[in-house]
Design a protein around this ligand. Structure first.
Ligand SMILES: C[S@@+](CC[C@H](N)C(=O)[O-])C[C@H]1O[C@@H](n2cnc3c(N)ncnc32)[C@H](O)[C@@H]1O
Length: 289
C-alpha cells in the first residue's frame, strides 16, 4: 500500500504501520510538527495547508491508503462543537471531496469521540457508501487492550476491498513503570500549584504496578487540570515528560524530539498525537495493512 499520512503531526500512524510500508507523503501545515516528524521518521513532510486543497493536489501522490487525524476542535465541547461550520473542519471537507473524486483503496480516520454522530461523520459516510466502501467505526480506549493509558477515541476504517474481522491481538503487557525515567527536578510541580489544585489533580504513583493515567492533551503543562496525570516519584510530585507520554502512546523507547523545540511545544505535539496501540489494532481490519 502506498500510504498518505494527512494531518501527520509526529506520525503516530507511521509508527503503527511500522517499517515495510511505503509512505508516499506525510502532510502537515505546522512547522514544529514537520520538524519533529522528519527527526523521528527520517522522512520529509509536505508542509501544506489542506484548507484549499483540490483533488488534483492529492492525485499526484498516487496513494492507496489515506490516513487522517483532522483537527478535533470542531467536535469538542471546548471548541463549541460547530462541526462543519467550524473553519477548522474545512480541510477535512477538502479531503472528503478528494476521496469522492479519487476513491483510494482504503481510508483510516481518528478523532475525538464527539465526532461520532456529527455532520462531519455523516458527510464522510455518504461519500463512502456512494463509492462502495465497506466501513467500520468504533470507539476504543487503549485500556481495553491492556494499555494503562486512557485515550478514548473514535476510529473509522473503510476499504473498497472489504474489511476483515480484526484478529484483535493484544499488545505485550505494558506498565507505566516501563516508561518512566528517573526523577527530573525540572519537572517538579511547585508546592503552591499542588496546594491550589489539591484534590483536583489526577496523580499516579511511580511504585504502583497497576497505575493508569488519564488522557494527556496538547494543553499538558499549561492547564493544571483536565490535561493529564501527574506522577508521585521519590515522594515528590512532578509532571510526566513528553518522552514518557510518547512512550505511553506506543512510540519507541528511544523517542526523542528535535533539540530546541521547547517543552510546551513538545507537550502539544505528543498530546495531539494518537495511541499507536489502538491505531495498530484498528488498522488490522484493512486487508493488505
Ligand atoms: C490531531 S493532530 C494529528 C496528530 C497526528 N495524528 C500524530 O500522530 O501526531 C492534527 C494535525 O493537523 C495539522 N493541521 C491542522 N489543520 C491543518 C490544515 N488545514 N492543513 C494541514 N495540516 C493541518 C496540525 O498541525 C496537527 O499537526
Amino acid at each position: 500500500m502506498r500510504v498518505f499520512e494527512l494531518f501527520a503531526g509526529i506520525g503516530g500512524c507511521a509508527v503503527a504501520l511500522g517499517p515495510g510500508h511505503s509512505l508516499v507523503a506525510a502532510v502537515d501545515q505546522d512547522e514544529a510538527a514537520a520538524r519533529a516528524y522528519a527527526h523521528l521518521h527520517g522522512h520529509p513532510v509536505v508542509r501544506h495547508n489542506l484548507h484549499h486543497a483540490k483533488a488534483r493536489w492529492f492525485e499526484k501522490f498516487e496513494a492507496d491508503f489515506w490516513w487522517m487525524s483532522p483537527p478535533c476542535q470542531p467536535y469538542t465541547i471546548r471548541g463549541h462543537q460547530r462541526d462543519l461550520d467550524d473553519r477548522r473542519a474545512q480541510a477535512f471537507q477538502r479531503v472528503v471531496a478528494a476521496i469522492d473524486a479519487l476513491q483510494p483503496r482504503a481510508i483510516g480516520l481518528e478523532n475525538v469521540p464527539w465526532f461520532q454522530d456529527s455532520r462531519s461523520e455523516a458527510l464522510i459516510f455518504e461519500v463512502l457508501a456512494r463509492r462502495g466502501y465497506d466501513v467500520h467505526t468504533e470507539l476504543l480506549c487503549p485500556t481495553a487492550l491492556g494499555v494503562p493509558a486512557q485515550r478514548r477515541r473514535y476510529y473509522l476504517v473503510a476499504s473498497r476491498d472489504g474489511l476483515t474481522e480484526a484478529a484483535r491481538p493484544r499488545p505485550e503487557p505494558v506498565r507505566w513503570q516501563d516508561w518512566l525515567a528517573p526523577f527530573d527536578p525540572s519537572l517538579e510541580v511547585p508546592v503552591e500549584l499542588a496546594q491550589r489544585y489539591d484534590g483536583a489533580l489526577h496523580v499516579i504513583d511511580a511504585d504502583d504496578p497497576e497505575a493508569e493515567s488519564v488522557c494527556f492533551t496538547g494543553a499538558y503543562g499549561r492547564s493544571p487540570v483536565h490535561a493529564g496525570s501527574y506522577l508521585r516519584q521519590d515522594g515528590r510530585l512532578r509532571w510526566f515528560s513528553p518522552v514518557e507520554i510518547a512512550r505511553s502512546l506506543g512510540f519507541a523507547e528511544d523517542f526523542a524530539l528535535p533539540e530546541g523545540l521547547g517543552r510546551e511545544k513538545a507537550y502539544k505535539l505528543v498530546g495531539n498525537s494518537l495511541s499507536v496501540f489502538a491505531v495498530r489494532h484498528v488498522l488490522g481490519r484493512i486487508p493488505g495493512i
